[in-house]
Design a binder for this molecule. Structure first.
Ligand SMILES: [Zn+2]
Length: 290
């Protein structure tokens, strides 16, 4: 196991952060606006989100770099700012946490499909290597490959992240299929655990998805299929649209109850995805402390 990860989980499960998008929206990010650009234009607000999660008890904070690969930046006329947006993203989180949490840098999907030839493996690999290198140069403690639907893209991202020598977390979204236990492309938790472990990920996990109630069996299945620590960041629930905004029915107390079950089932990292907030994270921390 990577020494950074081993040390971090030595005394039990580690609480990570919750959603960033909704926190940035609460600070004025418009729906449909590209969040990663705020590293350049609104760094203070981005830092506030990181600090809110540290104050809530998160020991691992991510970065506002989920979409900051060359492919997605090009769609937002920011292709020439890859290095700057990623380095700033890490720096903003590092300054905000002030040594009270580790900074794991986020890499999300390109949004292009390998399956129909929209993008080649070489293009994906080079875009992720460019991003991962910038994140490492910014001072990231680890890299998190997250919200992946395609195991091939996830493996390319893991390979790219590994070139930095930093620990790598790899997680996918299991929200599809008859039992809602496969990725959009049909990969099961067992297949993901095996292939991502073979690709060299230090931590394997699941994030986003169909709400926390669906994560217990996914966590158990990942746990059984790999000896790597398991990372779980579920959505608060399924969103309902109200006045154009996604509203999640799950409450912090209910989420914290289920987070405890996930830790009991072997999750070594626990946090939240869409619909969660600092209140969810403090509820989990109180439950663990109690
Ligand atoms: Zn999510």
């Amino acid at each position: 196991m990577h020494p950074t990860i081993e040390k971090l989980i030595a005394n039990g499960a580690v609480v990570t952060d919750g959603a960033w998008g909704t926190q940035l929206q609460a600070r004025g990010l418009a729906i449909g606006e590209f969040p990663d650009a705020w590293n350049l234009t609104h760094p203070r607000f981005v830092g506030e989100v990181a600090r809110a999660y540290v104050n809530a008890g998160s020991r691992v904070i991510l970065t506002n770099t989920f979409g900051a690969n060359r492919v997605r930046l090009a769609e937002n006329s920011l292709a020439d700012r890859v290095v700057e947006i990623n380095q700033r993203g890490v720096e903003i989180s590092k300054i905000a946490v002030a040594g009270k949490a580790m900074v794991f840098a986020s890499i999300g999907p390109t949004g292009k499909l390998l399956l129909n030839g929209e993008i080649t493996p070489a293009e994906i690999q080079s875009a992720f290597e460019e991003q991962a290198t910038a994140l490492a140069q910014g001072g990231a403690d680890a890299i998190v490959v997250e919200t992946m639907a395609d195991i091939e893209e996830a493996k390319l991202a893991v390979a790219a992240a590994r070139t930095t020598g930093l620990p790598v977390v790899a997680c996918m979204v299991f929200d599809s299929g008859k039992n809602l236990d496969r990725t959009m492309m049909g990969t099961t938790p067992e297949q993901a655990a095996q292939e991502l472990s073979e690709a060299g990920a230090d931590v394997i996990g699941a994030n986003c998805g169909q709400g926390i109630s669906r994560f217990l069996s996914i966590c158990q299945r990942l746990r059984a299929a790999t000896d790597r620590p398991v990372w779980i960041k579920p959505n608060a629930g399924l969103p309902q649209l109200e006045n154009g905004r996604a509203v999640y029915a799950g409450t912090p107390a209910d989420f914290a109850d289920q987070a405890t079950d996930l830790i009991a089932a072997g999750a070594k990292f626990i946090g939240g995805c869409c619909g969660t907030s600092p209140e969810f994270i403090s509820a989990i921390c109180r439950r663990i402390a109690g």
